[in-house]
Design a protein around this ligand. Structure first.
Ligand code: TLP
Length: 344
């Protein structure tokens, strides 16, 4: 029986085209700035995100951490969403390694409110105060159901931050999914923020890697931090080659993942499963288990029936559509989930 893995879009495997590009990649020592394939990926990434420069990083977590370390000094504050990946799922890197104080703002709707942000802005002139240096945003917002935000919505909150002299970093792990929803260029988002991190290894299907994009000066600082963290890579052009295939030929097809996710939602809804309702949804489906259900038991029962999904919170399950789950199996996957929910 096949096992369909919908735990995340991070599980996507490099396809034959990517593997061929990896095998044929021209490489050099990237710490010396001599890997032509990495240089090409960084140039192309910067251009696609509307930024001067880019840096290839091992992961989204590393890209976000490099951004935080490059924007904020020790003892400075970064405004982060209460549900953001940076705050919850990155092992506290900003505090552990940068001495950066997370200033937590409610982002239950996916973006902080203007009042919520303003309440945390402090210029640090008061001797008691933490200086607020940075606002971190997330688009699409994972814990808010994979919700996508338009450039207009992002611009509104960025303007408030910039008026208060804060820099803005965008965790755009799935920014291309948002761009596809609104039919815009990812560069439109890039132009609104000071730095942006995009993952190549999620819906775009590369095995490894993220790009952090910003000004030349900012990327210079991030490059130094990457070295400091042991993230300076050598002949990693073999990885960048897969990233180039991802950027060039996997962005437009993300709409297929969104269609699959909507199809899955339909089957679940018709089966009486309670869904998280998400405006401008992308490739994620979040649904609730009947109250009192044992999540671990649910996950194990789904696995026994050939479907892998993930626990996203108490009574909350996440299923993510991606390129390794074909459209033809979505109905069967949905029916399996419905049956297991009913059996609880
Ligand atoms: N998210 C993973 C898990 O860590 C939850 C997933 O399966 O969705 N920003 C966002 C918004 C993310 O969702 C993730 C990964 C990251 C950053 C970190 O990327 P990686 O896993 O490459 O470090």
């Amino acid at each position: 029986m096949p096992l369909w893995d919908l735990r995340s879009d991070t599980v996507t495997r490099p396809c034959a085209v990517m593997r061929k590009a990896m095998a044929e990649a021209v490489v050099g020592d990237d710490v010396y700035g001599e890997d032509p394939t990495i240089l090409e990926l960084e140039r192309e990434g910067a251009c696609r995100l509307g930024k001067e420069a880019a840096l290839f990083a091992a992961s989204g977590t590393m890209g976000n951490l490099l951004a935080l370390l490059s924007h904020c000094g020790r003892g400075e504050g970064a405004v982060v969403g209460s549900r953001s990946h940076t705050y919850h799922h990155e092992a506290g890197g900003m505090a552990a390694l940068g001495g950066i104080m997370p200033l937590v703002v409610d982002d239950a709707g996916g973006l902080p409110s203007v009042d919520g942000l303003l309440a945390l802005c402090n210029d640090g002139r008061d001797v008691h105060a933490v200086k607020t240096t940075l606002l971190c945003l997330e688009n699409t917002h994972n814990a808010c159901g994979g919700r996508a935000f338009s450039p207009k919505a992002i611009a509104e909150i960025c303007n408030v931050a910039h008026e208060r002299d804060l820099s803005v970093h965008l965790d755009g792990a799935r920014l291309f999914n948002a761009a596809v929803v609104f039919g815009v260029d990812a560069a439109q988002y890039g132009s609104l923020v000071d730095s942006v991190q995009v993952c190549l290894s999620k819906g775009l299907g590369a095995p490894v890697g993220s790009l952090l994009c910003g000004t030349e000066a900012f990327i210079g600082r991030a490059r130094k931090w990457r070295k400091c963290l042991g993230g300076g890579m050598r002949q990693a052009g073999v990885l960048a080659a897969a990233g180039l295939v991802a950027l060039r030929s996997r962005v437009d097809r993300l709409c297929e993942d969104h269609e699959k996710a909507r199809r899955l939602e339909k089957v679940l809804r018709e089966g009486g499963v309670s869904l998280m309702e998400v405006p401008d949804a992308t490739n994620m489906v979040y649904f609730h288990l009947p109250s009192g259900s044992d999540e671990e038991r649910f996950i194990a029962a789904c696995r026994d029936e050939g479907v892998l999904v993930g626990i996203a919170g108490p009574g909350l399950v996440r299923a993510v559509a991606h390129l390794d789950v074909p459209a033809e199996v979505i109905d069967a996957v949905g029916k399996t989930l419905v049956e297991v929910v009913r059996s609880l």
